[in-house]
Design a protein around this ligand. Structure first.
Ligand SMILES: *Cc1c(COP(=O)(O)O)cnc(C)c1O
Length: 221
């Protein structure tokens, strides 16, 4: 077995254990294998081993890598997890099955327009800046309810859930719990939270999508 394939199996087993600990079923947690910066030859073994959901951070990179891979694996899904410029909304709607980084009204407006034009909508997650870090994207926790209402009522968007990236220097669990609380009071089921270092804690707090890169593909160069 190659390294990626064995680490993928370990990650799946850890997801099943974490879910089992809180009496959730492993199928309730989608594993997004974050393949940003990884070339096709590193991604292929994961596809061949049955992994079907991948995460990318850059429109341009996804556009060069995924059309060919999807020709071979038509049921592969690609999720945009990085910051998205409004002027890339059209390409993003065409390319991605989900966007985890909806974090401002100008982007909501562009996505709404492009979804109507394309006649198909990616799954949408609103990114929440749970740590209120100035350098990070995301809606402040206190403004999420109003932003969700704006997305739904004004822009006609269907929002699947919320996403967060906790501050690197803080324990992540309070951030995951906060995200789950905001989602629950807004009637949202989707929770995109947890990365290589903390996906098990995220699953125990209700994650429906974990975004795991280096634990599967190794360190990025
Ligand atoms: C890169 C990235 C990940 C994956 O990070 P790892 O620590 O390698 O698992 C997850 N989420 C986002 C938003 C990222 O940019």
């Amino acid at each position: 077995m190659n390294d990626t394939v064995s680490r993928l199996a370990e990650t799946r087993a850890a997801i099943a254990r974490a879910a089992g600990d809180v009496e959730r079923r492993p199928e309730e947690v989608a594993l997004i294998a974050v393949s940003k910066t990884m070339p096709e030859e590193v991604i292929l073994p994961a596809l061949e081993a049955g992994q079907r959901v991948f995460g990318e951070n850059y429109v341009q990179e996804a556009k060069t890598k995924w059309p060919a891979l999807r020709e071979r694996f038509p049921d592969a899904e690609v999720h945009m997890i990085g910051p998205l410029q409004s002027n890339k909304a059209r390409e993003a709607v065409a390319l991605f099955d989900a966007i985890h980084s909806l974090d401002r009204e100008s982007l909501a407006k562009e996505l709404s327009r492009e979804i109507a034009r394309a006649g198909k909508a990616p799954l949408l997650f609103v990114q929440v800046n749970t740590g209120e870090e100035p350098q990070k994207g995301g809606i402040s926790p206190g403004e999420v309810d109003a932003f969700l209402a704006l997305c739904r009522d004004h822009h006609g968007l269907v929002i699947a859930g919320l996403m967060c990236i906790p501050p690197a220097d803080e324990p992540p669990s309070p951030h995951f719990a906060l995200l789950a609380k905001i989602a629950a009071r807004n009637g949202l089921h989707g929770l995109s939270m947890g990365m290589s270092a903390d996906y098990e804690a995220a699953i125990q707090l209700g994650a429906t999508h974990v975004r795991v890169g280096s634990a599967i593909f190794g360190a990025r160069g």
